[in-house]
Design a protein around this ligand. Sequence first.
Ligand code: GTP
Ligand code: MG
Length: 302
Amino acid sequence: MSINWFPGHMHKARKEIAKTMDEIDVVIEVLDARLPQSSENPLVDSLRKGKPVIKLLNKSDLADPDVTAQWLDFFNAMDGMQALALDTDNRKLIKRLPELCKQLVPSRVAQGRPVRAMIMGIPNVGKSTLINALVGRRIAKVGNTPAVTRHQQRFMMQGMALSDTPGILWPKIADRDSGYRLAASGAIRDTAIELEDIALFTASFMLESYPQRLMERYRLTTLADIGDELLDQIGRKRGCLRPGGIVDRHKASEILLMELRSGKLGRITFETVAEWDEKRRQAALEEAERLAALDEQQQDPT
Ligand SMILES: Nc1nc2c(ncn2[C@@H]2O[C@H](COP(=O)(O)OP(=O)(O)OP(=O)(O)O)[C@@H](O)[C@H]2O)c(=O)[nH]1
Ligand SMILES: [Mg+2]
């Protein structure tokens, strides 16, 4: 299954961002701490035109803290990169953000002009919630579904101008795991995906990475071997049965995904730095092999 959700308003949002980028000093990219790499939008890099960027691993209250620490090390080791883990209750860190932005553009501060920051990221990751926390008032609309913010909006606070932008995805999510992780986390509208398919992926992931959490949450004494059997176990435990005692997989899927997204299954992270290092190594190997084959073909066209 390929995930492809790039509705019209995202296309428009991308154009709007490109148009206003010249008037921006700093980009704040909000990532999902549960999937820091998969939630990194390649469009942000191409749109920001070399402007400094601060990466925020948001919703870290829902993520595995040890893995978040590894991701922070990973991002902070990159040249010119600043990364912080946040959850929107962490007022202290949030209050440091304006100062961090100002440090990145000292000339603007020296001129006594407001620093202009644009908050960008995938849908439903907490961009508008962050604006509200920074400004200290509920001025941006928030909601627990993707695509709540539909237009770019600018808010003023002490010495800063903050732009909220609609969450955007990219036209083709190439990595299969990334697509599933984005959907499982709630970044893709549920009507644009096969819910049962996403739940199956999630069930397999949980069985592999957090089996104990499943046993505790669903009071299971034995654990299924594969995802669809786990969905049946959950369905039976929660009384999602159709006439004849058949498990309603759709309902069981909704339960698993809702409980994962709301943190009822504990703090989980879908991906590790090591896994992505290996993915990159494999991709580089494949590319080298492709180029070698091309070379060979050119030397010996017969
Ligand atoms: N657990 C947790 N939930 C958060 C956090 N930040 C935001 N949320 C919740 O995530 C949901 C989405 O928040 P929004 O601020 O609307 O997200 P957004 O990125 O502006 O979303 P779009 O405008 O749709 O792109 C809301 O239900 C928030 O309460 C966080 O740090 N931790
Ligand atoms: Mg929003």
